[in-house]
Design a binder for this molecule. Structure first.
Ligand code: AMP
Length: 380
């Protein structure tokens, strides 16, 4: 079955075309037929038209039978991927209040795809879904109780598709189940989050009510004292919109280093002696290490630590710095394995907590979930 996977941003659309079915999923022989990104588009309709223009030679007249849509926020409503119907669309729309920067674009893509491919089934795959198993002690903020109850202010967690994929993949490589291990998965890309997985379930994660909390990211701040934000608004006269732009777009590696949001540039600048870049790298790695320590405490230890995402998969330097002080906690990276030129699934540390790099593949998981939803097959 040909499945188009859509990941819509504010002015861009990433697309992947897969050929997969039950046998291919079981054998891991799903095929990526084409991929691309269109940006600077004024509407998702235009974006899809351009995507199809690129895919036409690959499709050669064959129909796209299903569309898998990445949807960022599923709130406490969606616990797994679902076939999109009117009711689901309405819920995604309601959840836009919780993710105003993401859900409206995801929804626009769903609607444009329906117009373009009226016969294709559509599935929504949520970034939050894998984290629906968080226990109350991990998802509750210590605000007045009614804020959680009535206003739904709580930790939801994001990047769930990535944490779910790499944890599944690690277990699969070992002929086991996710539930056989306590895992800490680090998704370090432009956005960054860490997840604690025990008994096969996400039990804690660093992103919270929005994808802003937790680790230092490319342009996002991660954890900041809420009091500092209030200070910027009440004492420095910043508007809430300005603060949102600062926290989401001008902070993180970019804000601290003043060099770039790209880890490669930050490392280069740090190596050339740039003090701000050195600090940015230091804060990034220290924050990640602190969360790993926190999740060892959350699970009473771990069996495996996994790195994924653009930084997690490619930066031996970042991985080494994050793990440098974790020896007493059972995490030690092997420098030769860590620095070896390789790009697939690989072990980089053989200490009590084994350390691995597992390249993530959110699009593949979205394609597989799409097939499973359509055929009523349970998700792994
Ligand atoms: P992602 O969002 O997963 O695509 O990750 C994007 C980020 O990965 C980029 O902004 C870079 O900071 C980082 N990245 C990619 N390749 C490398 C590399 N070889 N070394 C360090 N960082 C890298």
């Amino acid at each position: 079955m040909k499945i188009l996977v859509l990941n819509a941003g504010s002015s861009s659309l990433k697309f992947h075309l897969f050929e997969t079915d039950g046998d291919a999923i079981a054998a891991g022989s799903d095929r990526l037929l084409g991929r691309g990104m269109v940006d600077r588009v004024s509407s998702m309709k235009e974006a899809l038209e351009r995507a199809f223009a690129e895919l036409r030679p690959v499709l050669g007249g064959a129909p796209v039978e299903a569309v898998g849509n990445r949807v960022v926020h599923g709130g406490d409503v969606f616990h797994s991927s679902v076939l999109v119907d009117e009711e689901v669309e309405k819920k995604i729309e309601e959840l836009s209040a919780l993710a105003p920067l993401h859900n409206p674009h995801n929804l626009e893509a769903i609607r444009a795809a329906r117009q373009h491919l009226p016969h294709a089934k559509q599935v929504a795959v949520f970034d939050t879904a894998f984290h629906h198993t968080l226990p109350p002690r991990a998802y509750a903020y210590a605000l007045p109780y009614e804020y959680m109850e009535e206003k739904k202010i709580r930790r939801y967690g994001f990047h769930g598709t990535s944490h779910r994929y790499v944890s599944w993949r690690f277990a699969q490589l070992h002929g086991k189940k996710r539930a056989d291990y306590r895992m800490i998965t680090c998704h370090l890309g432009n956005g960054c989050s860490i997840c604690a997985i025990a008994g096969g379930k996400s039990v804690d994660t660093s992103m919270g009510f929005t994808p802003l909390e937790g680790l230092v990211m490319g342009t996002r701040s991660g954890d900041v004292d809420a009091g500092a934000i209030l200070y910027l608004i009440t004492r420095e006269g910043k508007s809430p919109d300005e603060v949102l732009r600062i926290l989401n777009g001008r902070s993180g590696l970019k804000g601290l280093s003043g060099v770039s949001n790209d880890m490669r540039d930050v490392i280069d600048a740090a190596e050339s002696g740039d003090e701000h870049a050195k600090l940015a790298l230091d804060v990034f790695c220290y924050r990640a290490a602190k969360y790993i320590g926190a999740y060892l405490a959350a699970m009473g230890g771990a069996d495996v630590l996994i790195f994924a995402g653009g930084i997690g998969e490619n930066s031996a330097e970042a991985r080494a710095r994050i793990c440098a002080g974790l020896g007493e906690l059972g995490i030690e990276i092997d420098p030769a394995l860590n620095e070896a030129a390789a790009n697939g699934d690989r072990q980089i540390g053989k200490s009590r907590v084994q350390t691995w790099v597992i390249p993530t593949n959110e699009e593949l998981l979205i394609a597989r979930d799409t097939w499973r939803c359509i055929h009523g097959v349970p998700h792994e």
